[in-house]
Design a protein around this ligand. Structure first.
Ligand SMILES: Nc1ncnc2c1ncn2[C@@H]1O[C@H](COP(=O)(O)OP(=O)(O)O)[C@@H](O)[C@H]1O
Ligand SMILES: [Mg+2]
Length: 305
């Protein structure tokens, strides 16, 4: 096991845990002894350079590839995921990067595509109601459930694909590069959507190349490098530079450095915050009594020069 400087909820609290997962394609070791934990209501970002093994890991979890070694534990039970249908039945839904939507079909038709409508005895009205419900729950901005997907923006399509993944009532949702093709506003929309998933108690595993997105929405960042774990980081206290260093291996000892630094850094941040409060507190009496004395005058003077 590789060291985890800021471990998330331990395996005990995890919805989904991988331990020692390995997968080779011939001579290529795509994954070697990979550990990963995703808890309910947690957004885990999975990051790594091209070829790091992210897609292979997603495929192992979605029943596309069988691992050569290692264990997968889901809801405290060791499981195997031999097929995509098995992943769905377990409660692991994956939104692949290509989204697999049908351009010419409308939102409702896309949501229910491939579902056994008759077995579920869902009629058109029920499907429309369910579609609206789902999109409302996600606070999704879709103009109408009756427009063809071809007329939707990239962000709206991503929303439809995510909504569709929710129909099977999954516990874990895996999103492969959900914002890769999106502009700023659409990215914000999809990040909001991920927040909704988290609020609803889903575990979310998000593959991403974008450190800003990762820091905006993830709780935990798991770094893969050359098919191996290269650290698990707290998204709130780790800088983009530190993540990039772990991704690229720029500092080979980044994991141990963070392990050593984690506490002093938190302390420094607290000291800085206290300092700010103290400074503000000290200024208050001055502001209350001699109006316009020090701060205003100084600022004006500085500005004039
Ligand atoms: N089906 C496959 N056959 C052979 N090699 C593969 C296959 N899928 C992935 N690989 C190799 O496994 C490694 C990890 O790939 P991948 O999981 O796609 O990485 P990432 O998604 O992080 O870019 C790469 O060296 C890639 O070439
Ligand atoms: Mg990939």
């Amino acid at each position: 096991m590789s060291p985890s400087p800021t471990p998330p909820a331990g395996a005990a609290g995890s919805l989904l845990s991988l331990r020692g997962v390995s997968k080779s394609f011939g001579a290529v070791a795509a994954l070697t002894g990979v550990d990963l934990d995703v808890a309910a209501g947690e957004v885990v970002a999975l990051v790594g350079d091209n070829g790091a093994g992210k897609s292979t890991l997603v495929k192992v979890l979605s029943g596309v590839h069988a691992p050569d070694a290692g264990t997968i534990t889901f809801e405290s039970r060791e499981v195997s995921i031999p097929t995509p249908a098995a992943a769905q039945q377990l409660g692991i839904a994956t939104v692949f990067q290509d989204l697999a939507l049908c351009e010419n079909l409308n939102v409702i038709e896309n949501l229910f595509l491939g579902r056994e409508m008759r077995a579920l005895r869902l009629d058109d009205v029920a499907m429309e109601v369910r579609s609206r419900e789902l999109l409302t729950q996600l606070s999704a901005k879709i103009p109408s459930v009756e427009v063809p997907v071809a007329a939707l923006s990239g962000g709206q399509r991503q929303t439809v694909a995510i909504a569709r993944s929710l129909l099977g009532d999954p516990k874990v949702i895996i999103l492969d590069e959900p914002t890769a093709a999106l502009g700023v506003a659409q990215t914000a929309e999809v990040l909001n959507l991920i927040e909704r998933l988290k609020e609803r108690g889903h575990g979310v595993l998000m593959i991403s190349h974008n450190m800003a997105d990762v820091q905006a929405v993830a709780d935990t960042v798991a770094v893969l490098r050359l098919g191996r774990n290269n650290g698990v980081f707290d998204a709130r206290t780790t800088s983009a530079e530190e993540l990039v260093a772990a991704i690229t291996g720029a500092a080979d000892n980044v994991v141990s450095r963070r392990a050593g630094k984690a506490r002093p850094e938190a302390g420094d941040a607290e000291d800085a915050a206290e300092g700010a409060v103290d400074a503000a507190g000290a200024q208050e009496p001055a502001d209350d009594r001699p109006e316009r004395v020090a701060p205003g005058g100084l600022r004006k003077g500085a500005g004039d020069e």
